[in-house]
Design a protein around this ligand. Structure first.
Ligand code: GLN
Length: 543
């Protein structure tokens, strides 16, 4: 029977619960424990697909096409846990399902209530993951303990241990131990209060993971242990990591977290094998090159809006022994200041995905600059669509070329809706979503990077390249480097006369891992390193 770990968060949001949960999953996997990861989000949206990245950061897409919370990106990057639609539930989904059951008459005669109907539904989605080939299900509860909307989730996980037995459940609470400058000391009171709230609900945490800027003294740990009713060895410090998030699992290991979990749940586990991870940090600490990449997007100011892209660049940096300075640039700023002023000096330019018209012309200008100056360019989803628009206008001479997303009656609709998308009116979950196959041109950079001619990549878009223009583009030197296997959809375009210019309709960033950078990110960063070295040679500086 599978065991369960529930991870809750206290005091403030943004404590890095996702990263901590992913690290726990990874540590257990490295000890031979088979893990499944899950996130329960208390907001009412059915999924985050309809939320602005300003609200919620990026939307992370899984193979099966579900649009999920960005924490699932941490889970996939850190663990081998197979993620599906069942790995992320929101209040919206839970209620939707209960209401559908009510309409079908499944509760005939009864009053449908939060307890037991909503809580039962929550428990059932946790149970769903606990199949025969899983040892531990790790369920992270979104939000902060004390929020009104997370209460049904906490109530459900409290009941869970009654149902399956306390010995099969472990409650881990991630909390903050802030440093007060004026007092010159760490403060444990917020943690005491947060645990107090959990205990009011009936949950006694087994382990406290304390986020802190400074080392927590033995005395403070003793105090936390006493007031929060946990043994002192279950008060685990998680100090901020200035260097890299990849240090988090190692530091939790150093503080004995994995051992504690293994003991408390009575798991059969081997010794942790962290060699890969140590090697990775070693490479990260000893870069041979230093390059800079501009990410030109609409949500540049939001740290989490392009989370997986930044991560994938870091992975590619590790595999190329390059330290990458990633510079987010607001595309509207390019409209005001000009591409040359903001982009000269970068070794690579990336234009990520997005929606809506704001900042489009800035992206097009950035791409023109990259193309004309021979700067390695990587376009992703909307970034590819903008690359097509740019090429149409400035190389093919198609004045007024645009995507019908931004100009319904464009003179040259080089990006447009497919027929099957034209009749769709609902916005939620109706895009082209999830993993789809593509076939590559063997003479392309893409094929060189992937080292294969058939790939599977994740999609999240409504608009597509307009095939009516294929020949015209090809005649002007745009290479159709990847298409759907039936050749109906363009998946990758490349500018042949360029050091490295690749734009893809899908989202490769979702399949990159720290221990295995995505081939296209690796190729892009390699091209940027080459450019950087040429620059250094020209200026006489030794690389
Ligand atoms: N807005 C574009 C579309 O819907 C691109 C989407 C994206 O970049 N994810 O096709």
């Amino acid at each position: 029977m599978a065991k369960h770990i529930f991870v809750t968060g206290g005091v403030v949001s943004s404590l890095g619960k996702g990263l901590t949960s992913a690290s726990i999953g990874m540590l257990l996997e490295q000890r031979g424990v088979r893990v499944r990861m899950q996130k329960l989000d208390p907001y009412i949206n059915v999924d985050p697909g309809t939320m602005s990245p300003y609200q919620h950061g990026e939307v992370y897409v899984l193979d099966d096409g579900s649009e999920t919370d960005l924490d699932l990106g941490h889970y996939e990057r850190f663990t081998e846990s197979k993620l599906t639609r069942d790995s992320n539930y929101t209040t919206g989904q839970i209620y939707q399902s209960v209401i559908q059951k009510e309409r079908r008459g499944e509760f005939l005669g009864k009053t449908v209530q939060v307890i037991p109907h909503i809580t039962d539904e929550i428990k059932s989605v946790v149970h769903k993951l606990a199949d025969d080939d899983v040892d531990v299900v790790i369920t992270e509860i979104g939000g902060t303990v004390g929020d009104i909307e997370s209460q049904p989730f906490l109530e459900a996980i409290r009941q869970f241990s009654l149902d399956v037995g306390k010995q099969n459940c472990l409650y881990i609470h991630l909390t903050l131990v802030p440093y007060l400058k004026a007092a010159g000391e760490l403060k444990t009171k917020p943690t005491q209060h947060s645990v107090g709230l959990l205990r009011q609900i009936g949950i006694q945490p087994d382990i406290l993971i304390c986020r802190t800027e400074r080392e927590i003294s033995y005395g403070d740990r003793e105090k936390i242990a006493l007031f929060c009713n946990v043994p002192i060895e279950a008060v685990i410090e998680e100090k901020d990591k200035d260097f890299s998030i990849y240090e988090v699992p190692l530091s939790l290991l150093d503080h004995g977290l994995d051992e504690l979990i293994v003991e408390q749940l009575g798991l059969r586990a081997g010794k942790p094998d962290m060699e890969n991870w140590h090697n990775l940090l070693q490479r990260l600490r000893n870069p041979e090159h230093e390059i800079s990449i501009a990410v030109v997007g609409k949500y540049a100011a939001h740290r989490d809006a392009y989370k997986s892209i930044y991560e994938a660049l870091d992975h590619a940096g590790i595999s190329n022994a390059a330290q990458i300075r990633i510079q987010p640039i607001q595309s509207e700023e390019i409209e005001r200041e000009g591409a040359a002023r903001l982009l000269s000096g970068f070794d690579g330019i990336l234009v990520p995905g997005g929606f809506g018209e704001r900042g489009i012309e800035g992206k097009v200008d950035a791409i023109r600059y990259a193309r004309e100056k021979g700067i390695p360019f990587f376009g992703i989803c909307l970034g590819m669509q903008c690359a097509v628009i740019e090429f149409a206008r400035n190389v093919c001479g198609l004045t007024g070329a645009h995507s019908t997303e931004f100009e319904k009656d464009a003179t040259h609709p080089v990006i447009c809706l497919l027929d099957e998308q034209r009749t769709i009116t609902d916005k939620g979950g109706t895009m082209r979503l999830g993993s789809q196959p593509a076939t590559l041109d063997p003479e392309s950079w893409a094929a060189e990077c992937y080292e294969t001619e058939s790939i599977q990549e994740r999609h999240r878009h409504r608009y597509e390249f307009n095939n009516a223009y294929r020949q015209q583009f090809a005649a002007h030197g745009l290479r159709f480097a990847g298409t759907s296997p039936d050749d109906a959809l363009v998946e990758i375009v490349e500018v042949a006369e360029h050091p490295w210019f690749v734009a893809v309709q899908y989202h490769p960033e979702f399949k990159s891992k720290p221990t295995g950078a995505h081939p296209l990110f690796r190729g892009f960063v390699a091209a940027a390193v080459r450019r950087h070295q040429v620059k250094l040679e020209r200026t006489g500086v030794q690389p």
